[in-house]
Design a protein around this ligand. Structure first.
Ligand SMILES: Cc1cc2nc3c(=O)[nH]c(=O)nc-3n(C[C@H](O)[C@H](O)[C@H](O)COP(=O)(O)OP(=O)(O)OC[C@H]3O[C@@H](n4cnc5c(N)ncnc54)[C@H](O)[C@@H]3O)c2cc1C
Length: 231
């Protein structure tokens, strides 16, 4: 899987902070944006996060390219409605073989299961290509492909929606591939806009667990905190 930021709002933290300041001060918007110091910017963002004035975060958006993830995972990803998506079309592109399927680590580590998995993918691919060679359109032949087939997707989310996404999907109980995707996206945005995502991660980082236990709290929150401190 490859996760990269293609584009983001030019100065995401400054824009969100300027939006916050403009809510409370009768000042020229362009001058506010121009004159905001880094210190004032951090103070305003921290205050908004603390008070739940999160709509200012919606002005900052980030566009990611996520390549090589399974359709299992893109299906979970696109359930996040406050976002825009463009996904590789299986009407207009053809699965060629080779490394076309994501194999879950648990299956990869089990020789027997991995054999079954690979055989099933190979058989599906042979049937898929066979049908296309018979004149069946790729849009119909694709019905036979396993859900593990790799895909590419472009995702644009604003910072508020991303924070919700990270809260839900970086949890150690989230499914492994969407968690891996979310963690990589979090790494990317932390580099681009640390102030907006400083405290982003699973709810256990705040001592709460929607799953009802904090069994894995140390593992995940310490991992994320460690990465945050390293950044
Ligand atoms: C652990 C876990 C298990 C899950 N299991 C299942 C499952 O078994 N089956 C399944 O179908 N899905 C499942 N999901 C998907 C889940 O229900 C959400 O669809 C997905 O996580 C997107 O979250 P969201 O709605 O918060 O995000 P978004 O769609 O990005 O929405 C962001 C926020 O906007 C608000 N919002 C958006 N749309 C509306 C609306 N129409 N009305 C009111 N408020 C809205 C909500 O506050 C929402 O949190 C699961 C998710 C997780 C994390």
């Amino acid at each position: 899987m490859k996760v990269t930021i293609l584009e983001h709002t030019c100065e995401p933290q400054k824009l969100a902070a300027a939006a916050a300041r403009i809510c409370r001060h009768d000042e020229d918007a362009q001058l506010v944006l121009k004159n905001l110091s880094d210190k004032e910017c951090s103070r305003l963002i921290d205050e908004c996060l603390q008070k739940g004035h999160e709509s200012v975060l919606e002005h900052a958006s980030f566009t990611f390219a996520i390549e090589g993830i399974s359709r299992v995972t893109t299906h979970q990803l696109v359930r996040h409605r406050i976002a825009s998506y463009s996904q590789q079309s299986l009407r207009h592109t053809r699965i060629e073989g080779g490394d076309s399927f994501v194999i879950p680590p648990e299956i990869k580590d089990n020789e027997g299961a991995c054999g079954i998995f690979r055989k099933c993918c190979t058989d599906a691919l042979v049937s898929y290509n066979g049908m296309i060679d018979m004149g069946i359109k790729p849009e119909d032949a694709r019905y036979i492909l396993p859900m593990g087939v790799r895909s590419r997707i472009i995702v644009t989310m604003n910072a508020r929606s991303l924070r919700n996404f990270f809260r839900l999907r970086t949890c150690s109980k989230a499914q492994w591939e969407i968690r891996e995707t979310a963690l990589r996206m979090l790494d990317e945005v932390r580099e681009a806009a640390p102030g907006l995502f400083r405290d982003s991660g699973p709810p256990c980082m705040e001592g709460k667990c929607p799953e009802g236990d904090l069994e894995c709290f140390k593992e995940m929150s310490n991992k994320i905190k460690r990465e945050k401190n390293d950044a």
